[in-house]
Design a protein around this ligand. Structure first.
Ligand code: IPM
Ligand code: MG
Length: 357
């Protein structure tokens, strides 16, 4: 029996609903596979915890999480707690403290889901965006002086280090190499940003020599939005800075039909620390408690979690089950269906147990 410990942090908004659905699906896989066991321990951290204790998680939060094999995360964000507190109090300290420098965001058009692009369907769009997750524009380097005065200054300095760029490039080239098309697009803005971005390009070129079987090209980020929209078939693996990939991954989610299905993995490729898996969609307060949150992103990210643990069969089975269910039109309202979170979850569980998935 292969056993894994998973720390679940459902946190805010629809987070608890979709993580509960995901945990049900993991239990179902455990039953179906028979030789694997997931021990899920849930932590009540988040905005409710903040209202009680004045912090999003306890001071020894990271020490508590460190011993787990993976972290399964819901969403943070609450109407009455400022965003920078919820974000910098829980999710970012985990990403940064555990040096989860590779943020991996797969996108494809699932069966049954319609892309807003004309003549683009399942199979035309199958991308993985690799987002640099530890530095760049999110380094938090900057400050404000002369507050409130006419001469006030605010700086937000993007930091690019050779180590940081090299490791994300290697990760992206390796991932591209593992996919059938062996195709990587490096996103840049070195025409306008002539220091960090020029170094980014140079390091991409150096690292590419280690991967002679990977075809790669370079795109300026503005032109990249056009290529994603007009020629989605020409892209496969994509690597971009923290901010560029943040923007491009929202576009990717929209082009694939819904942000409600988009997953993300915050990975420490060296496996010194647990990696963290989460849906991209956020806390969605407008639909919290209504039972209609789309659980597909949390299933998809659970499949990324299983891949990371080396459970490729379970991961593939889960995605086949999800695609069978979306293909049958069992979907929540955000993607045009009438099903509830529970309907979708029950259908995925049934598909997992059925012999033809
Ligand atoms: C994302 C989100 C976050 C980000 C926000 C909530 C700060 O947009 O995961 O893409 O920009 O990293
Ligand atoms: Mg974003």
């Amino acid at each position: 029996m292969r056993e894994y410990s998973i720390a679940a942090i459902p946190a805010d908004g629809i987070g608890p609903e979709v993580i509960a659905a995901g945990t049900t699906v993991l239990e179902s896989l455990q039953k179906r596979m028979g030789d694997v066991k997931f021990n899920v321990e849930t932590f009540d951290w988040g905005s409710a915890y903040y209202r009680k204790h004045g912090a999003m998680m306890p001071a020894d939060g990271l020490a508590k999480l460190k011993k787990f094999d993976a972290i399964y995360f819901g969403a943070v964000g609450a109407p009455d707690v400022p965003d920078h507190i919820t974000l910098w109090g829980l999710r970012l300290p985990i990403c940064q403290g555990f040096d989860q420098y590779a943020n991996v965001r797969p996108t494809k058009i699932l069966p049954g889901i319609t892309s807003p692009l004309r003549n683009v369907g399942t199979g035309d769009l199958d991308w993985v965006i690799v987002r640099e997750n530890s530095e760049g524009e999110y380094a938090g380097c900057g400050g404000r002086v002369h507050r409130g005065l006419p001469e006030e200054v605010g700086t937000e300095v993007a930091i690019f280090t050779r180590v940081g760029v090299q490791r994300i490039m290697r990760y992206a080239f390796r991932l591209a190499q593992s996919r059938p098309r062996k195709l990587l697009t490096v996103v840049t803005k070195s025409n306008a940003q002539r220091h960090g971005m020029v170094m980014w390009d140079e390091i991409a070129d150096e690292v590419s020599k280690e991967f002679p079987d990977v075809r790669w090209d370079k795109m300026l980020v503005d032109a990249m939005t056009v290529r994603m929209t007009l020629k989605p078939q020409t892209l496969d693996t994509i690597v971009a800075t923290n901010l560029h990939a943040d923007i491009l991954s929202d576009l990717a989610g929209a082009l694939a039909g819904s942000l409600g299905v988009a997953p993300t993995a915050n990975i420490d490729p060296e496996r010194r620390f647990p990696s963290m898996f989460e849906p991209i969609h956020g806390s969605a307060f407008d639909i919290t408690g209504k039972g209609i949150a789309n659980p597909v992103a949390s299933f998809w990210t659970a499949s990324q979690l299983l891949d990371h643990l080396g459970e490729a069969d379970a991961s593939a089975r889960l995605m086949r089950a999800v695609e069978k269910v979306t293909g049958a039109g069992i979907m929540t309202p955000d993607v045009g269906g009438t099903a509830t979170t529970k309907d979708v979850t029950d259908a995925v569980v049934e598909a997992i147990q059925s012999s033809n998935v």
